[in-house]
Write a protein that binds this ligand. Structure first.
Ligand code: NCD
Length: 290
């Protein structure tokens, strides 16, 4: 049984095949490959687009989708996480999609289930389908991404999106520059700076991240406005440069990216959301049909 807990669970060749499937789905070649398959979504943490993206992906391939409402489930009555997972697994799902505020939970659950476990984000650890859809979107624009340079900007230390992208994009041969305030920089051997202006002429793409305030023990900036004055991606900063702009969402408007850049054609945020459905369809196909 194959799971997707972190990006390194898929080899380069598996990703090539996965993206060929995603591209075919995007071209409209969609058949009910997952008819009679059951997919359960188990979200212990809020989600705006990831849960709906997985649900849309599963339904477009003809699967049955059941969402466990964790706020009203037995976990709230004292059932352990692994018992909840084992009970859901007894209903015979083909895949369970898990999001949790703590790193490592999807991996633990995978040890108690027969279904494929797909990590939809665990703490600051990993968010593999987000990194895959980011890579798909970058490849759509650049063709081969090898040698292209991307700045990852913002709260890198607390971001599972950054963590997964660092593994995946490095493996695909991209150069990564981390742009963060000092307290958001994880231990790293990657090139890094605190100043966007310093690297703006070197990059082909920018991935802006949301400040993960829910994971901060202490406020790190006097206000998000102070943070924005150093790290917001603005029209003034980008100018006429040939740079594409990504963000996993939810965007803090005028904190992460300003109104003008969000409306700019170089901004790929909605294309990322669109591609997310096709990439997740390909992931569901791979893990439930093998
Ligand atoms: C991200 C997440 O939840 O990790 N969002 C997403 O899945 N699209 C990023 C975030 O919350 O900032």
């Amino acid at each position: 049984m194959q799971h997707l807990i972190k990006t390194s669970d898929f080899s380069n060749e598996e990703i090539r095949v996965l993206f060929a499937d995603a591209a075919r789905f995007k071209q409209g070649h969609i058949v009910p490959l997952l008819k009679n398959k059951l997919i359960i979504t188990l979200f212990f943490e809020n989600s705006t687009r990831t849960r709906s993206s997985f649900e849309v992906a599963a339904k477009r391939l003809g699967a049955e989708v059941v969402h466990l409402d964790v706020a009203n489930s037995s976990t709230k009555k004292g059932e352990t996480l692994t018992d909840t997972a084992a009970n859901l697994d007894a209903m015979g799902p083909n895949a369970i999609i898990v999001r949790h505020a703590n790193s490592g939970v999807p991996k633990i659950i995978s040890e108690y289930t027969k279904a494929s476990i797909i990590n939809a984000g665990d703490g600051a650890h990993a968010h593999p389908t987000q990194a895959l859809l980011d890579l798909f979107t970058l490849q759509e624009h650049f063709g081969d991404v090898r040698g292209k340079c991307i700045a990852i900007v913002g709260d890198i230390k607390n971001s599972r999106v950054a963590n997964s992208n660092i593994e995946l994009l490095t493996r695909m041969g991209m150069q990564i520059i981390l742009v963060t305030p000092p307290h958001f920089l994880p231990p790293t051997t990657l090139r890094h700076t605190h100043h966007l202006e310093e690297i703006i002429d070197e990059v082909d793409a920018i991935m802006s991240l949301r400040t993960q305030t829910e994971r901060h023990e202490h406020p790190t900036y006097a206000s998000l406005k102070d943070y924005a004055s150093d790290f917001c991606i603005t029209e003034e900063l980008i100018g006429e440069r040939d740079i594409i702009l990504l963000h996993p969402g939810p965007v803090h408007r005028n904190i992460d990216i300003d109104d003008a850049m969000l409306a700019d054609k170089r901004c790929r945020v909605l294309q990322q959301v669109e591609n997310g459905v096709y990439v997740r369809m390909a992931v569901l196909k791979k893990l439930t049909l093998g």
